[in-house]
Design a binder for this molecule. Structure first.
Ligand SMILES: [Mn+2]
Length: 467
């Protein structure tokens, strides 16, 4: 019998590999490799090993080769150490996100140095708000510039817009000029955000402002880390801005370099990171007077964390999320009202759309897979927009017995966005990847072209195959 189960096996492998790399291999540079996490697939035939190394690009390339060469050996030793009947095949995946999480990485290492081995859960539990440390170069850029353009990603949510408005408020408190760009479709739940839409500027005006000589010292992308996530209205000026930064909590995917700034995937929201930036700025420094974090900034931050933590229900919620909520409530934020408006309130059009979507629920494979759909006809007949589908996945994943949810949203005549969730713990990233998409194990998506019934059938088959 196998003593390791699911997550436990991941941790056991992570630990054993770290030990082997420290002592068991000849190549000294491999001892500098950090194993960030391990993910074993369902039948345990393959283990994806996320790794990173601090050092030059050359070191990284060297380690990548070394790990590949040592894979067989490590696999064999693992089997012995963990007494596995069959040890999984090791696939090494370079984890770029870790390189950039300098702050947290350092904190975690520090914690580790203090005590025995700590698993991810313990680490997350011990993180305090003050452990999130904004990078010095980002703070420096915010202090140095006079005019800032802040851009939440397209199809923004209250986290993206709330964080942008809060940061703009802080910059204005420092006598800087700061504008937040807004897009044609306001985010669902925006009504709780102080300053929206009064303090936002249509993205379409960017070009005119540029032409009038009002060019920004820096552009700051919020809740995303690539220029491509900016709305098309901004595309023309994006390449011309001298400096672009980001504040984001999403994992960096792909090999391409993200924007400089602060990417911290441990945070449940970008608003949390922005709060820490504001807090640092508010202390003032040489020739820069301190300022107060006001109620509007606090409310915008709270709307962001309440949205991204699903009202403190999502597993991404950290103890430090409650620490921040406490701080914000003490600053006077009307937590109940903001939560109600951000997460709960629906327009009549959105309610009509919800009725239609609920009526279209379809169960497959004895109720293991649930599919739902929002097409253009439904939007046109109810007067709702795609932004109004926010929260609908949450209702579907709540249905007892459902392992996978697929939500098909129509983007164009033959184009469908498929959002996948696995409330039952399965791996939807693997399914999204088969269709050219990506994401995380529990939440992923892809965009497919074709007939909706046909797309639905293919996706459902792939999900059922996943088990
Ligand atoms: Mn977010």
């Amino acid at each position: 019998m196998d003593p390791y189960k699911g997550v436990k096996l991941n941790h056991a492998i992570q630990r054993a590999l770290a030990e082997l790399l420290q002592q068991g291999v000849k190549d000294p540079r491999l001892s500098l490799v950090t194993i960030a996490g391990v993910e074993v697939n369902r039948d345990r035939s393959v283990a994806r090993v996320y790794w990173s190394v601090t050092g030059s690009e050359e070191d990284t390339v060297h380690c990548e080769r070394g790990l590949r060469r040592a894979a067989r050996f490590l696999q064999g030793r693992l089997g012995d150490m963990l007494r596995l009947r069959e040890s999984p095949q090791l696939r090494f995946v370079r984890d770029d996100s870790l390189d950039r999480g300098f702050g947290i990485d350092a904190v975690l290492k520090e914690l580790e140095a203090h005590g025995e081995f700590e698993d991810e859960k313990t680490r997350r539990r011990r993180l305090a708000l003050a452990d999130l440390r904004p990078p010095a170069d980002l703070l420096e850029a915010l202090r140095r510039g006079r005019r800032f353009w802040l851009a939440p990603h397209e199809n923004p949510d209250p986290d993206a817009v709330g964080a942008a408005l809060a940061l703009a408020g802080a910059l204005r408190a420092m006598d800087r000029e700061a504008i937040v760009f807004a897009y044609p479709d306001p985010p669902a739940g925006f009504a709780a955000l102080p300053g929206f839409p009064g303090l936002t500027t249509p993205a379409a005006e960017a070009e005119a402002r540029w032409a009038a000589g009002q060019t920004p010292d820096a552009l700051i992308m919020i809740d995303c880390h690539r220029r491509e996530r900016a709305p098309t209205d901004l595309a023309g000026v994006l390449d011309r801005v001298q400096q672009a930064w980001c504040v984001d909590h999403h994992l960096v995917s792909g090999r391409r370099q993200p924007l400089p700034g602060w990417i911290e995937p441990v945070a449940e929201s970008s608003s949390t990171l922005v709060f820490r930036v504001i807090e640092e700025l508010s202390r003032g420094c040489d020739g820069e007077p301190p300022f107060e974090i006001d109620l509007d900034m606090a409310t915008n931050v709270f709307a962001g964390i309440v949205n991204d933590s699903g009202g403190f229900r999502f597993p991404s919620t950290l103890p430090l999320t409650f620490e921040l909520a406490h701080r914000l409530a003490a600053l006077g934020v009307e937590t109940a009202a903001v939560t109600e408006i951000t997460l709960h309130r629906r327009s009549r059009a959105a309610t009509a759309l919800l009725q239609r979507v609920l009526a279209g629920y379809r169960y497959h494979g004895d109720g293991r897979v649930l599919t739902l759909r929002a097409d253009r006809t439904m939007l046109a007949e109810t007067g709702a927009t795609l932004a109004d589908t926010e929260g609908m996945l949450g209702l579907a994943t709540a249905v007892a017995g459902v392992r996978y949810v697929a939500f098909l949203k129509q983007l164009g005549p033959q184009q469908w966005r498929v959002s996948l969730r696995s409330p039952g713990g399965g791996d939807v990233e693997a399914v999204a990847a088969r269709f050219g998409g990506g994401g995380h194990r529990a939440a992923a998506g892809c965009t497919l072209v074709g007939d909706a019934d046909e797309i639905e059938r293919r996706v459902v088959d792939a999900l059922l195959e996943q088990g």
